[in-house]
Design a protein around this ligand. Structure first.
Ligand code: RB5
Length: 148
């Protein structure tokens, strides 16, 4: 599985920790940046990551900003993205089981790196359940297409 990761300046340090963690587990990770602590705008990085997920350049994405909110909300504006903004791993797990999330977002100013690793682990190992949840995910798509 190829994973994309993107962040703003508030999350550069955490991004590198998660990047190293995933590479040590054997995942291929594409780093979309920023790699700097200079103030920047989360929408730029979130859009880049979301486009890569939708195009299939990467299979899933990890988005980090100060709170996870700005970058997560941005990702959700791109058609086909289901970004789950989480501060603990149970929500990350259910975002996969029930919502088929394709991006996970969290805040470097909100959670510690160990919690972030737990969130990422659940996001990457949990499979979508399908069944009745597929119907609901299809309805999310219908909302996107203004057909619901
Ligand atoms: C940047 O200061 C901060 O606003 C950003 O990282 C994020 O928390 C916004 O949602």
């Amino acid at each position: 599985m190829k994973i994309g990761i993107a962040n703003d300046h508030a999350a550069t340090e955490m991004k590198f920790e998660i990047l190293q963690y995933l590479e040590s587990k054997g995942y291929e990770v594409v780093n979309f940046g920023t790699d700097s602590n200079e103030s920047t705008d989360y929408a730029i990085w979130g859009k880049m990551l979301a486009d890569a997920v939708v195009s299939g350049t990467v299979d899933r994405g990890i988005a980090i900003c100060g709170t996870g909110l700005g970058i997560g909300i941005t990702c959700n504006k791109v058609k086909g993205i289901r970004a789950a903004i989480c501060s603990e791993s149970l929500s990350a797990r259910y975002s996969r089981l029930h919502n088929n999330s394709n991006i996970i977002a969290f805040g470097a100013r909100i959670i510690g790196v160990e919690t972030a690793k737990e969130i990422v682990d659940e996001f990457l190992i949990t499979e979508f359940e399908g069944g009745r949840h597929q119907r609901r995910v299809d309805q999310i798509k219908a909302v996107e297409e203004q057909n619901l």
